[in-house]
Unconditional design. Structure first.
Lengths: 321, 532
């Protein structure tokens, strides 16, 4: 199949997926008790104002009509206005995406690289003391609750050593642009990235270790060994490429969750990310923001799985698109 | 695909180098003169306070906008209201017209003068759209502006508590908007100023960094004189423990009550010379509402038994380390002579509670339980701590109580729908005692208990229009006697806020020196940094 045609077909699949996502989530938000009118009007509001809000936001209409109106609106490329801030939902979401991508993307990238390197390294001697210690440590790290680890990092690095800041993405008095701004953001990133990474790196260590160990036992490796290739060439050129396939699969799955996977870390470090926006929107029953975020998430998941498949085909010649 | 080991090594080295660069602190910045960073638990919903009740927007908007009249923690010493834009006010003899004289020097942040037309425009819009401040302004028939500095609110019914209630609601919503910038917008939730407010308050809006902070700067032309801090930043610190850590490491100067330390730590904190711990009482209580439409709470004996089962001293020790003030009257200490000290809630007496329940036909049955009941609370840490103890105290007299928790929207909805048995609540007694109507009159906005007493309705309605202070006080004493007799609610504690302030800083709104000057409960106008 022609690559372009394949990509277009895969992207077209997004339409039914998004439709189902919208319908299910619209129903779920609708089923939750309370609506935005109580949040906006307060507990002593005049019933007339509650009714006015419901009317202004279309909440007084039958469920199916609300859903139909929303679908038509999304179909025309408009995600609507937030019930709370009255700003365009698309702009609200986009203003939070860079922060989340920076945090989760960086820690995901670092965990994959570091995890794969460590996993590969210990797989060379399965069953050795190093292997047992590192493997146990990897499982241990994977089980640490990320908010607890975050708080411990804050206590040690932000309070005791005063090396890194613990709140937000930039300093109040920091430079607003140029290299100073970038350094300021990097400085603020260290602790949250470290917290997220420490927890996820163990997973990749385990994955890479078992995959590499398995591949090293294959007969084609014995063959290249018999031919007399040096260890490093065998590892890099022949073993790792095949061993990377499960790592790519897991990475693809996690990439799909990149926008929302860090609510706890974002909360501990007051990171201005998308996870917290969605959390707040759900508590306030801000339907347009909730729906917009879910649409953004389904698009990300679809793209991530598309990229995973493309990379898979590239890594594994047996797979054709 | 072939990537060599050297390339991989090089990449890792590059990543390490990047991390090392990141680890070095950003270059030293010029000392900004007097910035106060106030932590906030989350993001404001909007910076237009007049269309939404938005607890996280109160602080930024109260410092940008002005109010006709205001109130702050000075309510503790009996202040009902003081003028913000209003220099003075007077009520007509028939009690149906309140005339406000405005400060002549107040200016909008764009330089235009603040006039009576702005007040009329704002309140007319609130009334027409029934925005949240309508809860007070619904008694306004017409607003007239005899001149630029005079505004008259003509009331439908005389209402003694009108100005204090206006001051109270203004702290949250009903702030004065500039007519020349808002005229022509379709309501206060549309247009360019919704999230870029132009007000006439002590601070100007600078920027709102989404998910991060709201920054304000001192308004040098403020009509009361410029504030002593140059910048006021409301920064989101979403984790209470992180905020505390940042305070301890010196990067925050002030923690408000949302970040209050566990009261068990207060004794130790008080010995620390680097900070001061401030307790501020309020005109709210922490209490429980009993749903009178639910069985067996509809029986007076059962409500009496519940009151007898409550040990406030033990609750204080367990929930608040003994630092709160138990409340035994249907009022709080800040109300002074308005408290009827002869009307007391039933005292703690477990044997009497059991006897009352037996007499009510609710003997201990299987497992020792008399009946099941659920206890709920709004998402306040103090309510949660109290209700955990209450459940245990009820279980000790054989009431099978269990705790139920909901998110805020759900809890509000359930209270409004009267879908609860017992709930922690925050009854209000000031700034004017007319508050009793809202909480205890038949159909009152906060009468979630469905309490109805013809006698109380009649007394409260009369007191609302009564100008004679002594006579009014007598009526409110009678009302408290009725409440203590009928027990639609049981008062437990005076509400108390805990704030911690770094030594050298002063004038925070919870400190007595700022009372009646701070401009609302959320005002930072009076804050003085070290050395000024």
């Amino acid at each position: 199949m022609n690559l372009r045609r394949y990509v277009v077909l895969r992207l077209l699949q997004l339409v039914p997926v998004t439709l189902v996502v919208i319908i299910i989530n619209f129903l779920l938000v609708h089923l939750a008790p309370g609506d935005v009118s109580i949040i906006l009007a307060g507990d002593t509001a005049d019933p007339a104002y509650l009714a006015a809000i419901r009317e202004r936001y279309g909440l007084d209409r039958p469920f199916l009509e609300q859903l139909w109106r929303y679908l038509v609106q999304v179909g025309s490329g408009d995600l609507g206005l937030s019930f709370r801030s009255r700003e365009p939902v698309f702009a609200e979401i986009m203003s939070r995406v860079p922060a989340t991508l920076l945090l989760v993307g960086t820690s995901l990238g670092l965990s994959v690289i570091i995890g794969t390197v460590i996993g590969t390294w210990i797989a060379r001697r399965p069953g050795s003391t190093t292997d047992s210690v590192v493997s146990a440590l990897a499982v241990g790290l994977f089980s640490v609750p990320v908010f607890w680890l975050g708080l411990m990092l804050v206590l040690f690095f932000a309070v005791q050593l005063q090396m890194f800041p613990a709140m937000g993405m930039s300093s109040v008095d920091g430079p607003r642009e140029g290299p100073g701004r970038i350094l300021d953001i990097l400085h603020h990133m260290v602790l949250p990235v470290l917290a997220l990474m420490t927890v996820s790196v163990g997973q990749y260590v385990r994955l890479a270790r078992s995959a590499v160990a398995e591949v090293m036992g294959e007969s084609y490796i014995t063959t290249v060994r018999a031919i007399g290739f040096p260890d490093r060439t065998i590892m890099m050129h022949y073993a790792l490429r095949n061993a990377l396939l499960p790592v790519v699969t897991v990475l693809g799955l996690q990439l799909g969750l990149v926008l929302t996977g860090a609510v706890l870390t974002e909360t501990v470090f007051s990171w201005p990310g998308l996870g917290r926006l969605i959390y707040d929107a759900i508590l306030a029953r801000d339907t347009p923001v909730i729906m917009g975020a879910f649409i953004a998430m389904s698009v990300t998941v679809a793209f991530a799985s598309l990229i995973t498949d493309l990379v898979y085909a590239f890594l594994d010649p047996r797979v054709t698109l | 695909m072939a990537f060599s080991a050297t390339r991989l090594t090089r990449f890792c080295l590059a990543a390490l180098a990047l991390a090392a660069v990141a680890a070095s602190p950003p270059r030293a910045q010029a000392q900004q003169p007097a910035t106060l960073v106030v932590p906030q638990l989350g993001e404001p919903k909007t910076l237009s306070p007049n269309f939404a009740s938005d607890s996280l927007g109160f602080a930024p908007t109260s410092n940008v906008y002005s109010h006709l009249v205001a109130i702050d923690w000075g309510v503790n010493k009996g202040t009902g209201a003081y003028g913000d834009l209003a220099e003075s006010w007077s009520t007509s003899d028939d009690g149906k017209a309140v005339t406000f004289k405005l400060h002549k020097t107040a200016k909008w942040h764009d330089g235009k003068p603040v006039t009576s037309h702005d007040v009329k425009f704002t309140f007319d819009t609130v009334i027409a759209r029934k925005y949240p401040a309508f809860v007070v302004l619904k008694n306004v028939r017409e607003i007239t502006t005899p001149d630029d500095n005079t505004v008259v609110l003509h009331l439908i019914e005389p209402e003694v508590g009108f100005v204090p209630m206006l001051a109270q609601v203004s702290t949250w919503t009903g702030k004065i908007y500039p007519k020349h910038l808002w005229e022509g917008q379709d309501g206060f939730d549309k247009g360019p100023l919704v999230n870029a407010p132009v007000g006439s308050g002590p601070f100007r809006f600078v920027r709102w960094e989404r998910g991060g902070l709201v920054e304000l700067e001192a308004n040098k032309d403020y009509f009361r004189g410029p504030p002593k801090i140059d910048r006021l930043v409301f920064r989101q610190v979403t984790d209470v423990n992180v905020a505390r850590a940042e305070f301890d490491s010196g990067r925050l100067q002030f923690l408000n009550y949302e970040y209050a330390p566990p009261l068990a730590e207060v004794a130790a904190l008080r010995r620390d010379p680097k900070l001061k711990v401030v307790f501020t009482p309020s005109h709210f209580s922490r209490d429980i509402q009993l749903n009178l439409t639910r069985k067996p709470l509809d029986k007076l004996e059962v409500r009496q038994a519940i009151a007898h089962a409550i040990d406030r001293e033990a609750m204080n020790r367990l929930a608040f380390s003994g630092f709160w003030k138990p409340a035994v009257h249907a009022s709080v200490e800040s109300q002074g002579e308005l408290i009827n000290r002869d009307a007391r809630f039933p005292a703690f007496d477990r044997a009497k509670a059991e006897a009352l329940l037996d007499a009510a036909g609710l003997p201990r049955g299987a497992g020792g339980w008399r009946f099941d009941i659920s206890v709920t609370n709004p998402n306040f840490p103090d309510c949660k701590a109290m209700m955990e103890v209450l459940v245990q105290q009820l279980r000790q007299v054989g009431i099978n109580a269990k705790l139920e928790q909901f998110d805020q929207a759900t809890w509000f909805r359930r209270q409004a729908e009267k879908n609860f048995d017992i709930s922690c609540y925050f009854t209000r007694y000031g700034p004017d005692p007319d508050a009793f109507r809202e909480h205890f009159m038949t159909g009152g906005g906060r009468n979630n208990m469905s309490y109805s007493s013809a006698e109380l309705d009649q007394l409260a309605t009369r007191a609302a229009t009564l100008q004679n202070k002594a006579e009014r006080t007598t009526i409110y004493h009678q009302i408290q006697s009725l409440i203590v007799r009928d027990l639609p609610y049981i008062n437990l504690f005076d509400e108390q806020k805990t704030t911690i302030i770094r030594t050298g800083w002063s004038g925070f709104n919870t400190e007595p020196e700022a009372f009646d000057k701070a401009i609302t409960w959320f005002g930072y106008y009076t804050v003085t940094p070290p050395g000024r």
